[in-house]
Design a binder for this molecule. Sequence first.
Ligand code: SF4
Length: 284
Amino acid sequence: MDTHMEDVCKIVNQMEIQLRTNLLLKDGQIQEKKLWENTYIKHQIDRRNSKDLFSIRDHIRGMVYAMLSSGIAWERVEDSIDVSTGKIKVIDEAFHQYDPDVLLTCSPEELSDRVKHLHCASQSTKKQMSGLIHTNIKKLKQIEKVYGSIDTYYQEFIDKDCSYKTLIRTLSDSNSKDKMVEMGEALNAEYLRNVGYDMAKPDRHTRRILGSRILACSDYETVPLFETLDIAKEIADKLKKPVAEVDYILWSYCSKGYGEVCTVINPKCNICVARQICKNSIQS
Ligand code: SF4
């Protein structure tokens, strides 16, 4: 690892400390639900490390959370997050606790209306619900039937490529028989992370802060998706943290309602722990 990446690793540690001691406070109290250890992701990674079995319901929940998070600010459902599991109760209820057979009797419009009612809908919701009901759940059921579990099938790809990229491509490529509808590479990475596979969610915030104009971990201003996975892994290995935790720290540092330091408009460079190495700060 070069010295610049070593500096970035130190900065990520400092970001975490600042988030915990300062940025995630509300009325002087830490916002428990926003701490890494209370997130749904962390619970799923722990489950996978304990060799827990993931059911088709877990997979559908992971896919639904990924689909919905792409269009909404998580704050809208914050009150409904169960701090002991990280699950979002109102969404779980709206989706019939992810029972595949019950969901297959629902119409996409019905699910879409439920999502709208929770103020979690985006322009893509209707298409996503259609993809979920008409294709994706059926594919997951078929995989489970043939292989015994969805993870058994996914493991075949992970055994060949432990970076998860082959599995992500398999679920994303339009020419693949395993293509999940309305799920591109970023959403599939998020879905897989939501079922405990330890990887980054290549979000616009993470791709921007790691990019050439800020932390300069890449030659690109917006880091390409798969390169983001590699950079987050490199930092995580050095810090001996889960990759998803490193990703969560970087994302929280940028996101509205979380750290809100490295925002696109009006970044708070004066309080930022990265300002000594940040390209944007040096230039401004
Ligand atoms: S110094 Fe400013 S632009 Fe750079 S990482 Fe910090 S907040 Fe973002």
